[in-house]
Each structure stands twice: as C-alpha cells, then as structure tokens.
Ligand binder design. Structure first.
Ligand code: CUA
Length: 369
C-alpha cells in the first residue's frame, strides 16, 4: 500500500522528496525509480499470487489423492487431454510475460538512452576504489570526496574498468551497470533531490560485482548539489591542491590523499594488500627491501641507477606500480596516472617522510599542527 501510494504521488508529480523505502527497496531518488519500482512490484505480486495458488493446490491435492488403502489401484480411463485447460496455461503466462517484457524492455531502453543534454562524468573502477573525472579535468576519488553530481539534470556516467570486472550500482537511483575492462559503457540518471555535502543524507554507490579481496569496501557516497553549489564545488575541486601553501603541503594535503591509499597501505606496520608505509622511506633509503624479480632496492635506487633518488622511485611506484613489485606482495596496485599530479605526489612523499607527525589513521597529530 505504501509503495502504491509512493508510485501514485510520483506519477502525479506530487513527490517532493525521494519515495519512501519499502521492505524490498531503499528510497527511490531518481526520475526512473518510480518506473522501476512499479515493474518490480507487479512482478512481485504475480509471484506471490502464483506461489500461494500453487502451494494451496498442491497441499489440497496431496490430501485429496492420498493412498487410503493398501491396494494400489490405477485408473486407466482418466482424461488424457483438456483443450481449455491447456489453452489457459499457455495463454495466461504468455500474456503475463509479454506485459512484463514490454515494461521491462521499455525501462531498459530508457536507461540505455541518455538524454542529449546530459552532463558527462567519467567513472573509472579499479581494485578497490572509484575515480571520477569531470569535464573541467577535476578528479575526485570515491574514497575521499565521493561522487558529486548536479541536481535536476540528467547525468551520464561513462564507465571504464582498469583491471577486472566491477559494477556501478546506486540502489537509490535504481541504476546498475557493469564496468568491463577494455570497454566503455554508460548509464544515466537524474536526481531532483539535493543532499548537500552531508554524508548522512547522501546516496550510496556500491561495487556490485565481486572483484577481489576488498570488493566489499569499494564504496562511495553520492552527493547531489544544486547547480550553483555544484559549479562552485567543481571549480574548487580542480585546483584544491594548488591552493594549499607550499609550507603546509604534506601536512594539509597528505592526509586527504592518503585516504585513497589507506585500504592497502597501513601506517602502523600491519601488512595489507601493499607494504605498510611505516618506516618506508628509511627502508628505501637503506636499500634493504627486495623486489619480486630478486633485485634489491639498492640494485635499482641510487645515483646512476634506474632511480636517482628514493623520491624518484616512490613517484614511479605511484604512476607505474607494476614495474617493480615488492617481494611477498602481488601486482595489484592500480596506476594513479592522470589522477596524481606532481604536486600531489610531492605531498604524499612528504607525508611518507614525516610519518611521526601523523597518527595510525593518517590524521595530523595535534602536536604537529
Ligand atoms: Cu569492484 Cu567489486
């Protein structure tokens, strides 16, 4: 009943917020959500109806035709054919599945055809985070800023995957599409209900395709901003790192950038998908670590070697992480090419060198401020 009410209000244009969550569905916050929900509800009620019908008939027949005598009697003169019954059980399901197909296919075509005035955002999925690139070149990370979109206009997300299959899924918008390596897909949505930059109100982006160890942590918030607010955020996003004074580069920008690294690189020595950053700079400078190809840090890093300086090696490990992989770890780190400017790399490297100023979560310690 609640769902029906929500659908009716949405259909009559009276909805002034996302549709209420139901037992089966989270709140519906996009323009396609009511259409998706009505198809879902119809299929659901058809299932309830036939489930009840079949179970009741089954129990009744089991009771009615149970064996009452020890002697088995087989009647050979029962009906072998009943044209009306057969026509019914062919035509009724055919009509039902035809109706379901029609509405399902219509909805699919709507979702697959972005309106011409859509706003494009590039989304790249990689193990295990999301990266969002905006038309002005701004890059936001799923782990830090989340996906920020303008309200009240269609948004087309162009989907790519860097490594394995992922799936872009925003339940509140009723949109889901796989991100396939080597292919570029797209999906679109429009949300008319701004959330501001409030994580409690924001919608959720999930990865809906099992993509390895930290699949379940491949999450991001979806913030919906009024156009003016969005424009302001976007302008700031493009050059936030430039606005930080040089003297505060690693203390201010480091923690924000580290949030993208924290899933795999701990600061307290705990082994993760990648080496802990604890003591990392000393290790590199001392040349004591080894790579999976058997060479040691000292073989590659130093004047006249592959990497002149430890900083040079760190920079290349961020941009080309697969080139030299540290022993006992897998080649799983995605490249940050195009996402990490030289200034961002400088900030991260600075943080690595001064980890004593940060706590185990990457927050600047009070004393260091
Ligand atoms: Cu990416 Cu699951």
């Amino acid at each position: 009943m609640q769902t029906l009410l929500a659908i009716l209000t949405a259909a009559t244009g009276l909805a002034d917020g996302p549709t209420a969550p139901t037992f089966w569905m989270p709140q519906g916050a996009s323009t396609v959500a009511p259409d998706v929900d009505i198809v879902f509800d119809v299929i659901n009620w058809v299932c309830y109806f036939f489930f009840a019908l079949i179970v009741v008939a089954m129990v009744a027949f089991v009771w009615k035709y149970r064996i009452r005598e020890r002697e088995h009697r087989f009647r050979m003169d029962g009906p072998t054919h009943h044209a009306a019954l057969e026509a019914t059980y062919i035509i009724v399901p055919l009509l039902l599945s035809g109706v379901i197909f029609f509405f399902g296919f219509r909805g699919y075509l709507d979702l697959a055809t972005p309106p011409a005035n859509s706003y494009d955002i590039n989304v790249t999925a990689k193990k295990w985070q999301w990266a969002f690139t905006y038309p002005n070149g701004a890059v936001a990370s799923g782990a830090v800023e989340g996906l920020v979109v303008p309200a009240g206009r269609p948004v087309r997300v162009v989907l790519r995957a860097d490594d394995v299959l992922h799936s872009f899924f925003i339940p509140e918008f009723r949109v889901k599409r796989d991100c396939v390596p080597g292919r570029v897909g797209a999906i679109w949505f429009q949300c008319d209900y701004p959330t501001g930059m409030d994580p409690a109100k924001a919608y959720n982006l999930f990865c809906a395709e099992y993509c390895g160890t930290d699949h379940s942590k491949m999450l991001a918030k979806v913030y919906v901003l009024e156009q003016a607010e969005f424009d302001e955020w976007l302008a700031k996003q493009a050059n936030w790192i430039e606005e930080i004074p040089d003297a505060e580069l690693f203390t201010a920008a480091g923690p924000r950038l580290y949030a993208q690294c924290s899933q795999c690189h701990s600061l307290d020595g705990t082994a993760g998908q990648g080496p802990s950053w604890q003591g990392i700079f000393d290790r590199i400078r001392a040349g004591t670590g080894k790579f999976t190809n058997g060479q040691s840090y000292a073989d590659l890093i130093g004047p006249g070697k592959v990497y002149e300086t430890p900083e040079d090696y760190i920079r290349d490990s961020i941009l080309n992480p697969g080139k030299y992989v540290v022993q006992t770890f897998g080649n799983v780190m995605p490249t940050f090419k195009g996402q990490m400017s030289e200034r961002k790399i400088e900030a991260v490297t600075g943080m690595m060198k001064h980890l004593d100023q940060f706590d185990a979560k990457g927050k600047l310690k009070a004393a260091a401020k």
